[in-house]
Design a binder for this molecule. Structure first.
Ligand code: ZN
Length: 175
């Protein structure tokens, strides 16, 4: 294992970090490590080191660099997006790099057919639902527009008969 950070070359507080879902590791300094995990805000100046390290031949380094570049690009750092566009990752390495995002996907809601639901989607109820407290039944076949995903992993919020209600995602299908 390297005793310097494989992204920036710093030798301060270097630890091996496993890159889920694999258990292969990359050696990272505290600064790079905390930015990769999201514990620290991105420091675009520090991460200019990726201009060099992203070209590493080592898959674990490529994955760590790729994930950090994605975060930077999402914050509007155009140089990071340019670098991502230039990089070539072997297909299985790219899959590994992207797998970090899929853990978030598991938190998203799925309809009766397993389709992922997102904010703003339109769905159709696949069964009659008693709306507790509102005193009506939302009928099967009712269309619910512009849903809002909740973070409880089970419900979304949507309007039926002009009333905002919480609906179990698996009792609906994407329109
Ligand atoms: Zn570092």
């Amino acid at each position: 294992m390297s005793d310097v950070c494989q992204l920036c070359g710093s030798d301060r507080d270097v630890e091996a970090v496993a890159l889920a879902p694999r258990d292969e590791t990359v050696a990272l300094c505290a600064v790079c490590r905390d930015q990769l995990s999201g514990e620290a805000a991105l420091d675009a100046n520090h991460l200019r080191c990726l201009n060099e390290s992203a070209w590493s031949q080592e898959p674990a380094v490529q994955v760590a660099a790729w994930r950090l570049l994605k975060k930077l690009a999402a914050e509007g750092e155009t140089w990071a997006q340019d670098l991502l566009d230039m990089l070539y990752l072997e297909p299985e390495v790219l899959e590994w790099a992207e797998a970090g995002d899929e853990e978030e996907e598991e938190l998203t809601l799925k309809d009766a057919h397993g389709n992922i639901l997102r904010n703003g989607d339109t769905v159709i109820l696949v069964k009659d639902l008693d709306v507790k407290g509102a005193g009506f039944t939302a009928k099967r076949g009712t269309q619910v527009k512009n849903i809002r995903i909740t973070d409880d992993g089970r419900h979304f919020e949507g309007k039926v008969n002009g009333t905002s209600i919480y609906i179990v995602a698996e009792y609906t299908k994407k329109a």
